[in-house]
Design a protein around this ligand. Structure first.
Ligand SMILES: [Mg+2]
Length: 297
């Protein structure tokens, strides 16, 4: 055996592992991450708002390590490879245990029933097909709308159908639109990670989530060890610190600052820095081939 206790490393993708923000990425960061993830004790989970296809595309585009699980579509799906899932040949497939966990919230309804229920509401416009899921109905909404009134109307209709749903609002600054996701109330990235930890019988202290933005705050401020990469906006760092303070969970948040292995703490470098903060013995597994001890500072 490897001698290492198993580790469950959960990472957001956009601007956490994928270096598409303004900040620079240290040249060695992703190579070190890949080295770490090659260790058999490390189970890697990607956590993203993206759907499966767009997660797989970015793995290829950015040469990311192959994950063991993908939590996609804002926490409404968990994908696993054959063996863990109802699939053959190592293809990615829905992990049915997760679907069974969240489906009851919608009381027998699924995506098409929700869009039918809202079909006469002209203030909301369905997003593209690849942004929809069985348990995710996503819309574009004009920013001028009275969000409070619309939210109440949608909730009212869902309640009449017995559906327990969560409405998640966000802003697409580029398109100047509001984005709305209608989800089962128990479907979240945090709950999906908790579910994985429980079903894989992981020691929760050996699990870690890394993220960068507002939509990662729920998981970052939870009882699960959280890492904010250094490239996160100052406002997100501030909010994360306030949240853990309010919940007396300061010990489970680490904000990367750089300096580790001479890297800057952005993106994958921040993830690695956080892994070592919570599990110092993992440092050994981040060295590149032929790297001598004296470079490890
Ligand atoms: Mg992100």
């Amino acid at each position: 055996m490897s001698g290492l206790e198993p580790v469950l490393l959960c990472c957001d993708l956009d601007r956490t592992l994928i270096p598409t923000g303004q900040a620079e990425e240290s040249p060695d960061a992703r190579a070190r991450l890949a080295h770490l993830c090659a260790h058999p004790a490390v189970r890697l989970v990607f956590v993203s708002g993206r759907d499966l296809r767009r997660v797989l595309d970015c793995i290829q585009e950015w040469s990311l390590p192959e994950p063991d699980f993908i939590i996609g579509d804002v926490g409404t799906t968990i994908y696993a490879r054959g063996g863990q899932a109802a699939s053959v040949g190592g293809e990615w497939a829905h992990w049915p245990a997760w679907t069974n966990e969240i489906a009851p919230d919608w009381h027998g309804l699924a995506h098409d029933d929700i869009t039918h229920l809202f079909s006469d509401i002209t203030a909301i416009r369905p997003q593209e097909a690849n942004k929809q899921g069985t348990f995710k109905a996503s819309y574009y909404v004009e920013r001028s709308i009275n969000q409070h009134v619309l939210d109440a109307e949608l909730h009212g209709r869902l309640w009449q159908q017995g559906a327990d749903a969560r409405l998640v609002w966000s802003i697409d600054e580029t398109a100047n639109l509001l984005l709305l996701d209608v989800l089962p109330s128990s479907a979240s990235q945090l709950h999906a990670m908790e579910f994985l930890i429980q079903h894989l019988s992981f020691d929760e202290r050996r699990a870690l989530f890394a993220g960068d933005s507002d939509n990662d705050l729920q998981a970052l401020a939870s009882h699960i060890n959280g890492v904010l990469v250094a490239n996160a906006e100052p406002s997100v760092k501030e909010r994360a610190r306030q949240l853990v303070e309010a919940g007396a969970l300061e010990d489970t948040l680490y904000v990367a600052r750089g300096g580790f292995f001479g890297m800057n703490g952005n993106y994958a470098a921040g993830v690695l820095e956080g892994v070592v903060h919570f599990m110092p013995e993992m440092r050994e597994y981040m060295r590149l081939e032929n790297e001598s001890d004296d470079r490890v500072t």
